[in-house]
Design a protein around this ligand. Structure first.
Ligand code: GLP
Length: 259
């Protein structure tokens, strides 16, 4: 795992955007795994800014797959993750909505297996953007999720529903059920790019990076992946005991070695 402590949210967003653009330049038909939530938003805004500048690669042939989706919202609900990602990123990058996929909340019983088939047909995810929940959840894999899990329905914890209440009127409006890629599904992606930029994430980041690999901290599964990058602003990095070493490693990184 490469842990990259950076000086600001802007620096995190710039580096994450570089990694995504580098991939799309080298593989125009890349399969891009997208996360929702607030952590990736500065990165998405940076990608849109570069696209409007004219300096970005073409996204016309990219395919996007979402990590997760709420179950039980009306199809046109603005907080549905499909609607969110279209609004925050893919529409602005000119990506055809038909090339953006998510687990189907209209058929939660079959959606998991169908989504796994789709990911296989697409040839797998090249780069997966990830956030982390304050309880260490990854996508919507709450503590206790099998480290080998595949896309399926999950029940949110009260803590996650409370965390996400800011996107809804109140916690009562946050759905109880979701569909989420499993931890095993996420591990199949070629490159995992975790973004954490808030002091509320410091404990979860430390558990993910330096704690034991355990289903009690689902994000710790990143330790099993051969190419996982963790981009942190100072507040999210605050609880890491190896911080000085991670800084030294990044400062001394060979110029030929990309993220
Ligand atoms: C949400 C999403 C995750 C996200 C995480 C953190 O509930 N399902 O994909 O990474 O929780 O969200 P945020 O970035 O808003 O803190």
């Amino acid at each position: 795992m490469e842990v990259v402590p950076l000086s600001s949210v802007e620096e995190v967003a710039g580096l994450a955007a570089d990694a995504i653009e580098d991939l799309v330049r080298s593989r125009p038909s890349a399969v891009l795994g997208l996360a929702t939530g607030s952590s990736p938003l500065p990165t998405y805004r940076e990608l849109v800014r570069r696209h409007r500048d004219g300096s970005a690669p073409s996204y016309a042939d990219v395919v996007c797959v979402l990590l997760d989706e709420y179950v039980g919202l009306p199809p046109d609900h603005p907080q549905g993750y499909r609607a969110t990602i279209a609004r925050e990123l893919t529409d602005a990058l000119g990506i055809d909505p038909a090339r953006v996929h998510a687990p189907d909340p209209a058929d939660p019983q079959r959606a998991g297996a169908a989504y796994e088939r789709l990911l296989t047909e697409l040839g797998g995810v090249d780069l997966q953007v990830l956030g982390i929940g304050s309880d260490g959840h990854l996508a919507f894999n709450e503590p206790g999720s099998s480290l080998a899990s595949r896309t399926r329905i999950k029940t949110l914890t009260e803590r996650t529903r409370a965390d996400n209440a800011r996107f809804f009127g109140s916690v009562d409006d946050v759905p109880r059920h979701v569909l989420t890629q499993g931890l095993g599904t996420i591990l199949d992606a070629g490159h995992l790019l975790l973004i954490a930029t808030d002091v509320g994430k410091a404990g979860a980041v430390a558990a993910c990076v330096e704690g034991p690999v355990t289903s009690q901290c689902p994000a710790s599964v990143l330790q099993l992946h051969p190419h996982a990058t963790v981009l942190l602003d100072p507040s999210a990095a605050a609880d890491l005991s190896g911080l000085a070493y991670y800084r030294e490693v990044y400062a001394a990184k060979p110029s030929w070695q990309h993220l």
